[in-house]
Design a protein around this ligand. Structure first.
Ligand code: TXA
Ligand code: MG
Length: 313
C-alpha cells in the first residue's frame, strides 16, 4: 500500500474522515508535528496504528478533540484543568486527566490507564478533520518508533508512506516540537513533558508546576514518569495452563477463561489485551497468561504483560 497524498479540501477531508471511520490510518498536520491519526474509540484501529509505528511498547496516546465540550465527554476537568484549557486551547498543550465514566476512548489507546491525555490542536486541517470525523482521534507523531518527528508531509511519506492510507498535506508545521504535557490528576499540576508551550506561560495561569523529574529522589527518565496499568490480580506469564483458581487468558486455539486471539493473531491480541485483563481482574485474584510470541506486536504485548506482572504496591 502507498498512502494517498491529499491536498486539503472539503472533499479530501471527507475522504480522510471516511477512511478513519473504517479503521484506517491518516497522517494529519498539527501545529506541533504531523500526527498519525486513528479512531480513538476502536481497539482495532489503534492496534493497526501501533503496528504501523512499529512501537516497541504500548504507550498511552493523546486523544485529539475539536472542542472543550468534546474533551468534557472524555475526561473530568478540575478547575485548574479548565483554566489551562481555556487559556491555551486550541494549541500545543496536552492535559492528562481522570477518564470520564462514559468516555469512548478505547482501553488500548489509554494503555489500560484510568487517566487520559487530551489536546485540542490549532492547525486548521486537524480541526477540520476532527469535525468531519465527529469524535476523538489518537495521533502519535507520524514517524516510525525511534525516529525524529515529521514536520512535513514529505517526511511522513518517506518514513511510513508504505504503511498508512493517506497523508493530508498541510505544509510545514509552525512549531516543529511536540505539545507540552501537564498532569492535572493530582492537587498540583505536574510537568510530564516539556514541549512547544513554554512552562512560564503555563505557570502564569496555574501557579508553579510540580516537576517530577527534578523532585523525585531517584533519577527518572521521562518514560518512567508514566504510571502503568497494573491489575490487582497476580499475573503468571508464559503459562501453558491454569492451576487451581487461576483465570486463564489464552492465545491461539484451546480453552481459556478468555482468549486474546483464537487465531493466534497478534493484532487481534493487542486490540483485546487491556480490556480482557480488566475483565479478568474484576472476577479473579490470579490470572495465568498464555505464552505470546515476541514477533511484531508481540513484543509490545509482552512488554506490557511483564510490567503488569511486576508492579505490586
Ligand atoms: O504535539 C503532540 O503532542 C503530537 C501531535 C501529533 O499532537 N503528539 C504526540 O503524541 O506527541 P505521542 O503519542 O507521541 O505522545 C504521547 C505522550 C507520551 O509521552 C505518553 O507517555 C503521554 O503522552 N501520555 C499519554 N497518555 C498519558 C497518561 N494517561 N498519563 C501520562 N502520560 C500520558
Ligand atoms: Mg513521538
Amino acid at each position: 500500500m502507498t498512502a494517498r497524498l491529499l491536498s486539503p479540501s472539503a472533499d479530501t477531508i471527507a475522504l480522510a474522515a471516511d477512511t478513519l471511520k473504517r479503521g484506517g490510518l491518516v497522517a494529519m498536520p498539527t501545529e506541533t508535528v504531523y500526527g498519525l491519526a486513528a479512531d480513538a474509540s476502536s481497539d482495532q484501529a489503534v492496534a493497526s496504528l501501533y503496528d504501523a509505528k512499529g512501537r516497541p511498547r504500548f504507550n498511552p496516546l493523546i486523544a485529539h478533540v475539536a472542542s472543550l465540550e468534546a474533551a468534557t465527554k472524555q475526561a473530568i476537568l478540575s478547575d485548574t484543568a479548565r483554566r489551562l484549557a481555556e487559556a491555551f486551547w486550541p494549541g500545543p498543550l496536552t492535559l492528562v486527566l481522570p477518564v470520564a465514566k462514559h468516555g469512548t476512548v478505547c482501553d488500548l489507546a489509554r494503555a489500560g490507564l484510568d487517566t487520559i491525555a487530551i489536546r485540542m490542536p490549532a492547525h486548521p486541517v486537524a480541526r477540520d478533520l476532527l469535525r468531519a470525523f465527529g469524535g476523538p482521534l489518537v495521533a502519535p507523531s507520524a514517524n516510525p518508533s525511534g525516529r525524529v518527528s515529521p514536520t512535513t508531509a514529505a517526511h511522513v511519506m518517506a518514513d511510513i508512506g508504505d504503511r498508512i492510507d493517506a497523508v493530508l498535506d498541510g505544509g510545514s508545521c509552525a512549531l516543529g516540537l511536540e505539545s507540552t504535557i501537564i498532569d492535572c490528576t493530582g492537587d498540583t499540576p505536574a510537568l510530564l513533558r516539556s514541549g512547544a508551550l513554554a512552562v512560564d506561560d503555563i505557570e502564569a495561569v496555574c501557579g508553579l508546576l510540580r516537576r517530577p523529574e527534578a523532585d523525585e529522589t531517584a533519577p527518572t527518565s521521562p518514560g518512567q514518569l508514566l504510571r502503568h496499568y497494573a491489575p490487582k490480580a497476580a499475573l503468571r506469564l508464559n503459562a501453558a495452563a491454569p492451576v487451581e483458581d487461576e483465570a486463564y487468558l489464552g492465545f491461539g486455539p484451546g480453552e481459556g477463561t478468555l482468549n486474546l486471539s483464537e487465531d493466534a493473531d497478534l493484532h487481534e491480541a493487542a486490540a483485546n489485551l487491556f480490556a480482557m485483563l480488566r475483565r479478568l481482574d474484576a472476577t479473579h485474584e490470579r490470572i495465568a497468561v498464555a505464552r505470546i510470541p515476541s514477533s511484531g506486536l508481540g513484543e509490545a504485548i509482552n512488554d506490557r504483560l511483564q510490567r503488569a506482572a511486576r508492579v505490586r504496591d
